[in-house]
Design a protein around this ligand. Structure first.
Ligand code: UDP
Length: 484
């Protein structure tokens, strides 16, 4: 608990997607553990995802609660019950969903009017939140859910436009002005960065950057020791005010908390742990591409063949593009041959619980920032398979800067909802090669030992006196001074 006694009241307002909700709820809990009164504002179905966890925190004496606002599904033409990005099943639903979240402005204003908090922490995807907080004379903090590295790379790309100086989509260029030499290709860049067309997404990005500049500052789910050159670049060169408070997933201290993040797990917690307990340390590869992305049957088939060829034990979280496909994506007899060797999870996995188990020795990931930092926190090296958003940047950080992962060979950024395998299929051979490099041999041992060092640093960062612990308290002290 911070030394100064005045209790601050923070409102947390996450975007309605697991990759945003999960770390924001963890951040709210972390703040409550530091003596803050934390109120999470979200819609009914999203509130249900973490209701029992909040209840447990209250019983432990923390001042944390949820306030529910209606999701305006019918107003924008979405079916009732579609309150989370993971319920979007077609490209046409995306603009409707984005429209729906802009309608939260008034309800949020009413909540600020009623509760009169000291600070609003709102997701970066709500650029209008800075003005709303301003109306009530309170600071707005941006919750980014990205690494400092990715924020620095994006800034350099937008500022210097190095991608305009190459003559083909696959020609490499340097991203200028960064602490390390980082090269990228146009293929790896999001369309909202490299294209000039005024799309809704580009407009949102521009507004988000403007609102970040006028906000009080940024909360980052990372820790100084992980990417210190970039946290410094972000504040000293880019002039942003930021607090590194992560890894926020470390507020989940017991198996119950670790297993209950997001949806209900497909496989019972104890069954999953028993399966992992039967395996040798560092022998299991965990495969998961986040909460939203669905893989095509053809690509799943290739992954299955690559896994079998690698000879490694695995836990594979499968989310298919087309649920009608049934099991035709699996090679003939695959499950029988993999009996005892592989566990397929056709639904939600207790990811942090799995990653934290000593049997897990590698993580094949789409490089979403939460998955990346959760893997680092567990000391697990990665097979990187970026798909969309800022995931190609995260791959650079993992494989080239931190040297705790190997790329599977994904080459091209995809719009959310598109099928990357129509552009570029990662082959069985690519998968086998990358998995073997991360799981066995001298190179694997070196990566693992670097990952374990980062794991120790991560845990120290959130302990009393650690860098993230101190950054969080420094933010609270500053706000107490500025919001008397
Ligand atoms: N997650 C999980 N089980 C799953 C899939 C995802 O617990 O089966 C969690 C994962 O631990 C992470 C979040 O969902 O906290 C996914 O966030 P990330 O940034 O990695 O990817 P996104 O889903 O935003 O693409």
């Amino acid at each position: 608990m911070a030394s100064n006694s005045r209790q601050l009241h923070f409102i947390f307002f996450p975007q309605l997607a697991h990759g945003h909700l999960i770390p924001t709820v963890d951040t709210a809990r972390l703040f409550a553990m530091h003596g803050v009164k934390a109120t999470i504002v979200t819609t009914p179905l999203n509130a249900l995802l973490f209701a029992s966890k909040i209840q447990r925190e209250k019983q432990l004496g923390f001042d944390i609660s949820t306030m529910v606002i209606k999701f305006p599904a019918s107003e924008v033409g979405l079916p009732e019950g579609c309150e989370n990005v993971s319920s979007i099943t077609s490209q046409e639903m995306t603009p409707k969903f984005l429209k729906a979240v802009t309608l939260f402005q008034q309800p949020l204003e009413r909540i600020l009017e009623e509760l009169r908090p000291d600070c609003l922490v709102a997701d970066w995807m709500f650029p209008w939140a800075t003005d709303i907080a301003g109306k009530f004379g309170i600071p707005r903090l941006v919750f980014h859910g990205k690494s400092s590295f990715a924020l620095c790379v994006a800034d350099s790309l937008i500022r210097h436009e190095p991608f305009k100086k190459v003559s083909s989509e696959s020609e490499a260029f340097d991203v200028p002005g960064l602490p390390d030499q980082i090269t990228m290709t146009r293929l790896q860049l999001p369309d909202y960065i490299k294209d000039t067309a005024e799309t809704d997404r580009k407009k949102l990005m521009d507004e988000a950057i403007k609102s970040e500049l006028t906000s009080y500052g940024v909360i980052v789910n990372s820790f100084h020791e992980l990417e210190s050159a970039y946290t410094q670049h972000y504040s000293k060169v880019m002039g942003r005010k930021a607090w590194q408070v992560g890894p926020v997933s470390l507020c989940n201290r017991n198996n119950e908390d670790k297993a209950e993040r997001g949806n209900a797990a497909f496989i019972d917690r104890d069954e999953c742990l028993r399966w992992l307990d039967s395996k040798k340390p560092n022998s299991v590869l965990y495969i998961c591409f986040g909460s939203i992305f669905r893989t095509s049957a053809a690509q799943l088939n290739e992954i299955a063949k690559g896994l079998e060829a690698s000879g490694q034990d695995f836990i594979w979280v499968v989310r298919k593009v087309n649920d009608e496909d049934r099991e035709e994506w699996l090679p003939e007899g695959f499950e029988e041959r993999m009996e005892g060797k592989g566990l397929i999870i056709r639904g939600w996995a207790a990811q942090v619980l799995i990653l934290d188990h000593e049997a897990v020795g590698g993580f094949m990931t789409h490089c979403g920032w939460n998955s990346t930092i959760e893997s680092i926190t567990a000391g697990v090296p990665m097979v990187t398979w970026p798909i969309c958003a800022e995931q190609f940047c995260n791959e650079k950080l993992i494989a080239e800067v931190l040297k705790i992962g190997v790329g599977v060979g994904a080459k091209e950024w995809c719009r959310w909802g598109d099928d990357p395998s129509t552009k570029f299929k990662v082959t069985k051979e690519d998968i086998e090669r990358a998995v073997s490099r991360v799981m066995v041999g001298e190179e694997a041992e070196e990566m693992r030992s670097r990952a374990k060092e980062l794991k120790n640093m991560a845990r120290k960062a959130v302990e009393e006196g650690g860098s993230s612990y101190s950054d969080l308290n420094a933010l609270l002290d500053e706000l107490r001074l500025n919001c008397p």
